[in-house]
Write a protein that binds this ligand. Structure first.
Ligand code: FAD
Length: 518
């Protein structure tokens, strides 16, 4: 059975016994990747339960350094999450709701710790939003059963996607493996089920008793990042000014984007120098905003009041947010992609290169391909990279350097502020042609043409590759081939580490050989 089905079975099996469980002294909401108090489904359900029974709501967050490791969380991402907890704590405190945060070193201890805390706080009911990675789904399935055996109810609900995974099937009843027909069905499904765009109220204020009874919990501090995920002072300063955290920032960003940029999104979204996208991915990945809120706010601005039709910028943006849903649906349906395997099994036999010098040059933005280097330096400096450039550098790693795409996927997760397993794995699978609905393997991006098309004036390159700041005109895209050799050499900009035309042929045969032996 797929992990999600294990969870469904556990909830089904325990439903009749957990329905009868009394509320007792308090109700708990367990925060994970849903670090907001507005439009949070499980939190709203927990709050309603507490209100109906007249008992306090307590919020819980467990920091697990092992989880950070397992999910390859970048230090910038960990910092963003810990800072966000502080904002969340303050928002909840205004509602007299405590947010209790504790570090649990070993992640296998989490279920026991949850049970202990429930006993300590006299809680028979705990709520959480569902996470779709395999380990999380399996852990939740076990917890639902174990807690039920201990006379407690654990309610795990869908929240992260606009349309819950499993709700869209093709005519033959299967999950779509191609985006376009999936997207058409997604739009139709939302239009037929408009309650999917109903936003959840923030929790209600706790009864006065919470402050006195659970007083100690209000004083609990937010822990520092574990040593191996800590930022240097310089990084803290840099990242904290670039990535203001918390749900209010997310809402501000969404509103500003919808007022100023969304109308022209379809024209600007592919231009890395343009600043024409929302930069909301960090918030969507940490749950400081919900995908539902994003789609709802954008749809409300569309004169058709629909997800499609009307304003081209709005519909294109909604269709991009939908990609996030798509990749989560894929992950739930084909969980083996969590196990380092390509979506397409016939692509498992490509013989990849593990050339460490080439990989290092790619990581550091020193390949001699200006658009690739600009993008990698943007990633290293901001913890973020423009979508077009993510495709360019991923294609370059897999097809020009023939390096195992999983090394690039990992590097991204270790550096992105918005690292998200499903979207990252999907993006790498697309670009390396091994994923669901991928770029065909024989379509190999030419970095030079990509550069000329999407950064025509070289503005993005000049910003991120200072060695080329003085290079004028078309030479910016290929300084050593177009007469800017002297400037490039003087400033120490490297020569190209491969010849695109040659490696293109090599890649084509490596893919062909891999597929035929697969
Ligand atoms: P906008 O253009 O404003 O889009 C709005 C939102 O829609 C994004 O915030 C994101 O949540 C979603 N979205 C947009 N495009 C995609 C897409 N192609 N796939 C999935 N969701 C999308 N996105 C991540 O959130 N985390 C990742 O780890 C990640 N890794 C990627 C790796 C590769 C190789 C590629 C090609 C793409 C990856 N993406 C990832 C998708 C995309 O690049 C980013 O979501 C986007 O650049 C974020 O910028 P934005 O918020 O301004 O996006």
């Amino acid at each position: 059975a797929r992990p999600i089905e294990e969870l469904y079975s556990a909830m089904e099996e325990t439903r009749s016994s957990t329905k009868k469980i009394d509320v007792k002294d308090s109700v708990i909401h367990w925060f994970k990747m849903d670090l907001r108090h507005a439009d949070n489904r499980a939190l709203a359900l927990a709050s309603d339960k507490a209100q109906a029974a007249g008992v306090p709501l307590i919020c819980l967050y467990l920091v697990s350094p092992q989880d950070f490791e397992a999910h390859l969380r970048a230090p910038v991402r960990v910092d963003f999450m810990l800072r966000t907890l502080e904002v969340l704590k303050q928002d909840l405190a205004k509602l007299d709701i405590p947010l209790y945060v504790e570090t649990v070193e070993k992640r296998k201890k989490i279920p026991d710790r949850v049970l202990e805390l429930m006993e300590e706080w006299g809680a028979n009911h705990i709520y959480a939003n569902m996470e779709y990675e395999v380990d999380e789904l399996r852990r939740e399935a076990h917890m639902v059963r174990d807690l039920a055996e201990n006379g407690k109810s654990f309610e795990v609900v869908h929240d992260s996607c606009v349309v819950p995974p499993g709700n869209l099937a093709s005519g033959s009843g299967n999950q779509y493996a191609v985006y376009t027909p999936w997207y058409r069905t997604w739009v139709a499904h939302v239009h037929e089920n408009l309650d999917l765009l109903e936003l959840y109220d923030p929790p209600s204020k706790n009864a006065g008793a919470a402050r006195s009874k659970y007083k100690a919990l209000f004083g609990c501090p937010i822990p520092e990042a574990p040593e191996n995920k800590a930022l240097s002072d310089e990084e803290k300063k840099r990242f904290r000014s670039i990535w203001p955290c918390g749900e209010h920032e997310a809402m501000k960003r969404l509103d500003k984007f919808c007022q100023e940029l969304v109308g022209n999104y379809h024209n600007q979204r592919n231009l890395p120098a343009a600043n024409g996208t929302s930069s909301l991915s960090v918030h969507l990945a940490s749950g400081t905003i919900s995908a539902r809120t994003c789609v709802r706010v954008a749809r409300d601005r569309n004169k058709t009041k629909k997800l499609n039709g009307g304003n081209e910028g709005i519909q294109t943006w909604i269709s991009e947010v939908a990609w996030r849903d798509f990749y989560k649906h894929v992950l739930v349906h084909w969980p083996y992609i969590c196990m380092n395997k390509p979506f397409k099994p016939e692509y498992a036999n490509i013989s990849w290169s593990y050339d460490e010098d080439h990989f290092k040059a790619w990581c550091e933005g020193k390949t001699g391909f200006p658009i690739v280097d600009a993008a990698m330096r943007q990633l290293n400096h901001l913890g973020y990279m423009h979508n077009r450039c993510r495709m360019i550098v991923a294609s370059f790693l897999a097809k020009d350097l023939l390096i195992d795409w999983r090394k690039g996927e990992r590097y991204f997760m270790e550096h992105l502020v918005d690292g998200d397993f499903a979207s990252n794995n999907g993006g790498w699978g697309f670009s390396a042609s091994v994923g669901v609905d991928p770029q065909p393997y024989f379509r190999i991006f030419n970095p030079l043409l990509q550069s000329e098309k999407f950064d025509p004036d070289g503005e993005y390159i000049r910003k991120w590759v200072p060695e080329l700041a003085s290079v004028q005109g078309k030479a910016i895209h290929e300084p050593y081939g177009r007469g800017a050799e002297a400037a490039a050499k003087k400033n120490g900009y490297p020569r190209p580490i491969v010849v695109h035309k040659e490696v293109r042929e090599k890649a084509l045969s490596a893919y062909k050989d891999g597929i035929s032996s697969g």
